[in-house]
Design a protein around this ligand. Structure first.
Ligand code: IMP
Length: 214
């Protein structure tokens, strides 16, 4: 396992919130985060078949173009009874434009998002399977670190839970209001961010990354 030395690391995301959160996690380890936006790096299409594939292709593109090590993530909600969908299509299920197919090409992921629509679709597909269908679900977060010489390391974090309906809470984002983590009563949407961050798929993946690389 290759270690990540002190110095610059490209955070291959154009989402400011994500860049800030990742910077806060890695700052104490002597890493100087540089965002893909600061370097004016393009966002590659997410054409991978898995979370790891998508994280890897984003980190690989950033490392190749910048000549620096780069970190990227990809995440989503997997619903057991739906064959782990929406999975890598989690963001696309929230596309507000009904003319765009929910599993349309990756170039169409940008644009307005409507997670009420995405949560309703999950609920409707589960209802169609009948009351016996499992409500088990999990969030996944994949992280890839790629170096300019071609080396890469990957990590995956996960949090298990059950889905509830109707949605509850407005503290989170995405599918948080319908996800109750295992052993809890509150949805991710009802939890304070610190409480969610202690048990989330993202925290799990970052714990693995920090333990292995830093
Ligand atoms: P991406 O990782 O930025 O491609 O986004 C994946 C999508 O998965 C997000 O738009 C959300 O819909 C969903 N997602 C990922 N992590 C979470 C989470 O912690 N809570 C709720 N939804 C999430």
């Amino acid at each position: 396992m290759r270690k990540l030395g002190p110095g610059r690391l490209v955070i291959a995301s154009h989402n400011e919130g994500k860049v800030r959160e990742i910077s806060e996690l890695l700052g104490p380890h002597g890493i100087t985060p540089v965002s893909a936006a600061e370097l004016d790096l393009p966002e590659p299409d997410e054409i991978g078949a898995t979370f790891i594939d998508n994280a890897d292709l984003k980190a690989r593109a950033a490392a190749d173009l910048s000549g620096l090590p780069a970190l990227a993530d990809d995440s989503g909600l997997c619903v057991e009874a739906l064959g782990d969908r929406p999975g890598i299509f989690s963001a696309r299920w929230a596309l507000a434009d009904p003319r765009v197919s929910a599993e349309a090409g990756p170039g169409e992921v940008t644009g307005a998002r409507d997670f009420d629509r995405a949560m309703a679709r999950v609920h409707e597909e589960l209802e169609a399977l009948g009351p016996e269908a499992s409500r088990n679900a999990h969030f996944v977060c994949a992280l890839a670190v790629c170096w300019p010489d071609g080396h890469a390391e990957w990590f995956e974090g996960r949090v298990d839970g059950v889905l509830t309906w109707p949605p509850r809470g407005d503290k989170g984002f995405g599918y948080d209001p319908i996800f109750v983590p295992a052993g809890r009563e509150m949805t991710f949407g009802e939890m304070d961010p610190a409480e969610k961050h202690a048990i989330s798929h993202r925290a799990d993946a970052f714990r693995k990354l920090v333990a292995a690389l830093l």
